[in-house]
Design a protein around this ligand. Structure first.
Ligand code: 2P0
Length: 324
């Protein structure tokens, strides 16, 4: 017997206020609230069909078969919820420019949460979808929604989920991703943040100052105060990267080319072009800017890096079913 075959699409998101540490690792409950922008250009399409003839889950990504423990564990959570024991065929395609290195667990688990829950006969509302996506990967809780999204940390499985802060963004913000290294990150987010929580003497200060950053950036977003949004996002990202350098053993995602981009952003600002950077668990740098300045900024960057490494994106939508 086969279930309905459901295809869902979810877009990736970039945090302006970062999630970097868990208070519960099994349930993926974060230490602090985070706030992101869902992007239009980078997304994952995932098709799920449960099939009683299967003896294990079969997972393909971009046409290649993988034995992925995280995916199987996530499917067990879906089966528990739906009270079924059937395995599934799961086919995912990442729609990011080839070798972009931006394929993210956020879009992956948001798309899988929606496709798998629907195929299993569950009809979850967006709050419960966000809670489910969170079990796959923390940042995926935010990709259920479009635009600006806040993941409310909560304290347990029931109250840790994302909520839309501004889903339809009528502000011409853009994000320019500079793809410096498409390879697998050396230290996974999961391992990196755990080391930081366990060993950085600055961790309590991070939680305290990130909570303050979040309050300030929400006010600035509502006021359409681009400078303040950019300054807070850039500062929050650098505080996260400083945590990594203060951990034992210390580590860093910042590479020489990352610093080259940061210097370029500082130079553009000195020339009067407002733009700010953020970085996640890898060397790629993302620049936040306003549409009117995008061309000038990408021209400047394509002089430093190959044009195919400079990818422009705007705010994007939440997760949705695209075929059934
Ligand atoms: C974020 N990142 O807020 C932060 C900033 C990367 C840097 O969420 O362990 O893949 O699966 O919950 O969500 C990446 O970490 O980690 C991430 P898990 P996840 O976007």
């Amino acid at each position: 017997m086969k279930s309905p075959k459901i295809t869902a699409r979810a877009h990736t998101n970039i945090a302006l206020i970062k999630y970097w540490g868990k208070k519960n690792q099994e349930l993926i409950i974060p230490m602090n609230n985070s706030l992101s922008l869902t992007l239009d250009h980078f997304y994952t399409d995932t098709t799920v069909q449960f099939d009683s003839t299967l003896t294990e889950d079969i997972f393909t990504l971009d046409g290649k078969t993988y034995h992925d423990e995280k995916v199987s564990h996530f499917m067990d959570i879906v089966r528990d919820l739906a009270n079924i024991s059937t395995f599934a065929k799961i086919d995912s395609t990442n729609h990011v420019p080839t070798m972009a290195g931006l394929a993210s667990s956020a879009s992956a688990y948001a798309a899988l949460a929606l496709a798998a829950s629907q195929a299993a006969g569950l009809n979850l509302d967006r709050k419960d979808l966000s809670r489910l996506a969170r079990r796959g990967s923390g940042s995926a809780s935010r990709s259920i929604y479009g635009g600006f999204v806040e993941w409310q940390a909560g304290t347990n499985d029931l109250d840790s989920y994302a909520v839309p802060f501004e889903e339809d963004v009528d502000w011409d913000l853009q994000m320019i991703a500079i793809v410096l290294d498409p390879n697998e990150k050396k230290i996974s987010s999961r391992a990196g943040m755990q080391t930081v929580v366990a060993t950085s003497p600055y961790y309590p200060a991070w939680v305290e100052s990130t909570t303050a950053d979040l309050t300030k950036i929400k006010t600035a977003i509502q006021a359409r105060d681009f400078t303040t949004v950019g300054e807070i996002a850039e500062s929050n990202a650098m505080k996260m990267h400083a945590l990594n350098m203060s951990a034992t053993p210390h580590f860093s995602y910042i590479e020489p080319d990352s610093i080259k981009v940061m210097d370029a952003v500082a130079e553009l600002r000195a020339q009067g072009i407002p733009c700010y950077y953020t970085m996640d668990a890898g060397p790629n740098v993302k620049i936040i800017c306003q549409k009117q300045d995008t061309q000038k900024i990408s021209d400047y960057l394509t002089n430093l890096f190959a044009p195919e490494k400079v990818l422009v994106s705007a705010a994007g939508p939440g997760a949705k079913i695209i075929a059934r």
